[in-house]
Design a protein. Structure first.
Length: 380
């Protein structure tokens, strides 16, 4: 695979070159920059930068020896500081990847490790930074051959990975079974509603039978009454009055359920495209934030949005379920509208199910977990 996401310390990558997120001036910044300087030899690398390189504008790149690193070279990408996204940051970030890859090609480098440039202390949003990295790296790989790693390493991601691993393994073991031997027990929504309505009618009938007893006992008196001292008739009336309150509460729940079901029924014939857009709107999200979180390119999402009969590939559909923060039921419903289902005999489906069920909407971590098990990743 020419492009792969890994969780590692970039200073320990066994590649011919690694990429650093550098400053415009010969100054060492926090995060990736500091880690690489320390691992390479702080004084030697800084002296080389000061003497041979000097000031470099944002979006440009330069190359230095690796000094004490395993990597022979360090390519320093002068990273843009994220302000608000409208100050030319995207153009500068794309330039960092292009010029870094150009330098690597000129040096005949066959393997290189990138961090997610600018997404640390420089403040670039991680999902958008990853999308740009993928765009530029894949464009380069269309015409060139090089083994390229995107290295993801921060304490939050590292801790999440360690917590996920044993739970995810257990989840896979429990769910990965032969589909022919799997018996799924389910009750349709309409059947559940029918049972609830029947129970409601039973309560209402009981309440009507007790109508003659309404008003006999005030709320205050009911709280003070001693059931042991009531005659049989009065106790029965009091029980019927309680059933009226229970029926009323139950009515409210049923009405709410019916209202939700009615809203869903309006979309029962929606296509994948229509239902996805409905869910996005229902969750008060913007289309752009969903497809960016899902790591789906704008062109693909436009096809889905503008053609109500368009069916994306299953992996794309799954990524959009994560990007839209759907729960498991919503995911199954949306996938079904494109002719897909979550299979208990497909490990990729099981891993997506685990992340969605546990509300872990982190596409980078998901890709790493797929790769760790030798499964096809959604990042090409």
């Amino acid at each position: 695979m020419p492009l792969k996401i890994v969780r590692n310390d970039i200073t320990k990558m066994n590649t011919e070159a690694i990429v650093n997120t550098a400053n415009t001036l010969p100054l060492v910044g926090p995060g990736c920059d500091m880690a690489i300087y320390k691992a390479a030899g702080y004084d030697e690398l800084l002296a080389y930068r000061t003497e041979h390189i000097g000031e470099v504008p944002e979006g440009d790149a330069f190359i230095t020896p690796g000094f004490r690193l395993r990597a022979r070279y360090i390519i320093h990408a002068v990273s843009p500081l994220f302000v608000n996204g409208s100050e030319g940051e995207e153009s500068l970030l794309r330039s960092c990847y292009r010029k870094s890859l150009k330098l690597a090609k000129e040096k005949d480098i066959r393997s290189i490790a990138f961090p997610l440039i600018s997404t640390g202390s420089f403040g670039y949003p991680k999902e958008e930074g990853l999308r740009i990295a993928m765009d530029e790296i894949n464009a380069f790989l269309l015409e060139n051959h090089m083994l390229i790693y995107l290295v993801v390493f921060d304490e939050k991601a590292h801790d999440l990975g360690k917590r996920l691993f044993p739970d995810l393994e257990e989840y896979i073991d429990q769910n990965y079974v032969d589909e022919l031997c799997r018996v799924e027990e389910s009750i349709s929504e309409s059947t559940q509603l029918r049972d609830r309505i029947l129970r409601r009618e039973a309560n209402q009938n009981a309440a009507r039978r007790s109508e003659k007893g309404k008003g006999l006992f005030s709320e205050k008196r009911r709280k003070q009454v001693d059931y042991n001292r009531l005659d049989e008739s009065s106790a029965e009336e009091l029980c019927y009055e309680d059933s009226i309150d229970e029926a009323s509460t139950y009515d409210d729940s049923i009405l709410k359920l019916e209202s939700e079901l009615e809203e869903k029924m309006k979309h029962i014939s929606d296509t994948f495209s229509q239902y996805l857009l409905y869910l996005i709107k229902e969750k008060n999200m913007e289309n752009a934030e969903v497809y960016k979180r899902a790591l789906v390119d704008k062109k693909t999402f436009s096809k889905i949005k503008n053609n109500m009969d368009y069916h994306p590939q299953k992996l794309t559909a799954l990524c959009l379920c994560v990007g839209a923060h759907l729960n498991l039921d919503e995911t199954k419903d949306l996938l079904a509208r494109a002719g897909y289902a979550l299979s208990p005999s497909d490990k990729t489906d099981i891993i997506f199910s685990y992340f969605i069920e546990n509300e872990i909407y982190d596409m980078i971590e998901l890709d790493i977990q797929l790769g760790a098990r030798g499964l096809p990743c959604f990042i090409p």
